[in-house]
Write a protein that binds this ligand. Structure first.
Ligand code: NDP
Ligand code: MG
Length: 382
């Protein structure tokens, strides 16, 4: 079988490095064409030597110049235009979108326009522009395979979407599940970054602590599976063994179960519809697991989840506002400028002030995103 030509956006991140670990194990199936990083030039250098891509892209001109000295014959691009150029290569079979934040949106659209299949980790792409992205993918016949573990689980459970009554997204509950609202208000950055079950990038780890991550995932699920918000439930399941479930109209519930490892959904997304033996993950042992727990999410302690549902239901630019205000607030929290619970308060304030644009174009989405970020930073600095 001919090797699939694959490019990874964000190869130096948590998902990106794990995607490369998967590909290393099944390297007879893939040829790495492109790798991209933001600032982590030293890791990218190691990846270039190991995987021999024909093009790379980095976040800045400085990083580009540094790489040029060592890899004079390699095609080296930079910035967001560089990412878009990487995705304009029509000979690519598959693009893994593992950058974090809004930077993922334009390159993903470019890849779709070029008929390149997408394995999508970057949920912000769908939160910001799910209607446009899914429509373009449908028009082009480009499949979008989710890497996010919950959506991968749902994808694995669905046989015929028309028979599905509802989606049940599981949430670990994050590090503050059993803490009081007062504890959450006092939470430090270190406590917030200590996620019980998953080792992820900093931004998504903070989102997991506020349950905004789950809220973004509800919006992501709405777009990926065209499911009404009233038919998407969230249940807290601290063991992170059931990765999500669906309920069919006949009452049958199908769940996807496994040890918590991102290798599994990454490998599923890039090898679909095949199943392969790749990275060795421990076998799941029901007897050892003994017990699965489930709780309803607490909207008072975690208002971000509620706000995400509301934004999703309103639609249009309100999820752009939610995402931008949250991301800026998370950055401010990571810089110790605000407390953890302020994130929800800031998002609430920005949402209340936002005038919703119904069917924004991509350019309008970026304009609104920018405007909300400026306003959020002003509000934080006040
Ligand atoms: P990381 O922060 O670990 O990695 C982000 C990657 O994007 C890095 O390669 C980083 O480069 C690159 N990057 C960031 N900003 C820019 C920029 N402005 N320009 C170019 N490159 C940039 O994040 P994760 O891997 O945790 O998450 C990636 C995406 O996947 C997110 O959207 C997240 O929500 C989603 N996701 C992650 C999961 C996980 O388990 N980690 C699970 C489900 C979804 P560098 O480091 O070189 O600066
Ligand atoms: Mg997830």
């Amino acid at each position: 079988m001919e090797k699939k030509r694959i490019t990874i956006l964000g190869s130096t991140g948590s998902i990106g490095t794990q995607a490369l670990e998967v590909i290393e194990k099944i390297n007879d199936k893939f040829e790495i064409v492109g790798l991209t990083a933001g600032n982590n030039v030293s890791l990218l250098k190691e990846q270039i030597i190991k995987f021999k891509p024909s093009v790379v892209c980095v976040g800045s001109e400085e990083a580009k110049n540094e790489l040029k000295q060592e890899f004079s014959s390699l095609k080296i691009l930079s910035g967001s235009e560089g990412l878009v150029e990487v995705c304009s290569d029509k000979t690519l079979d598959l693009l893994v979108v593992a950058v974090s934040g809004k930077i993922g949106l334009r390159p993903t659209l470019t890849a779709i326009d070029n008929g390149i299949n997408i394995a999508l980790a970057n949920k912000e792409t769908l939160v910001m522009a799910g209607d446009i992205v899914m429509k373009r993918a449908k028009d082009k016949g480009v499949p979008i395979l989710p890497i996010d573990s919950e959506h991968c689980a749902i994808h694995q459970c669905i046989k015929n979407i028309a028979d599905v009554r509802k989606l049940i997204i599981t949430a670990s509950g994050g590090p503050f599940l059993n803490k009081t609202l007062e504890d959450i208000k006092q939470a430090t950055v270190a406590q917030t970054l200590a996620h019980p079950n998953w080792n992820m990038g900093r931004k998504i780890t903070v989102d997991s602590a506020t349950l905004m991550n789950k809220g973004l995932e509800v919006i992501e699920a709405h777009h990926l599976f065209s499911m009404d918000y009233s038919n998407i439930d969230v249940v807290v399941h601290p063991q992170s063994i059931i990765h999500s479930a669906i309920e069919y109209k006949d009452g049958s519930v199908i769940a996807q179960i496994g040890v918590p490892s991102m290798h599994i959904p990454i490998q599923y997304a890039i090898t679909y519809p095949n199943r392969v033996e790749g990275v060795k993950t421990a076998s799941f042992d029901f007897v050892k697991a003994r017990q699965f727990d489930f709780f309803a999410p607490d909207f008072e302690k975690f208002p971000c989840l509620k706000m995400a549902y509301e934004a999703g239901k309103i639609g249009g630019s309100s999820t752009v506002c939610l995402n931008a205000a949250n991301e800026e607030a998370v950055f401010a929290f990571l810089e110790d400028k605000i407390k953890l619970f302020n994130i929800a308060e800031i998002v609430e304030e920005m949402m209340a002030k936002h005038t919703v644009v119904k069917n924004p174009t991509i350019d309008e989405i970026f304009e609104i995103d920018n405007e909300i970020r400026v306003k959020t930073r002003e509000f934080i600095n006040k």
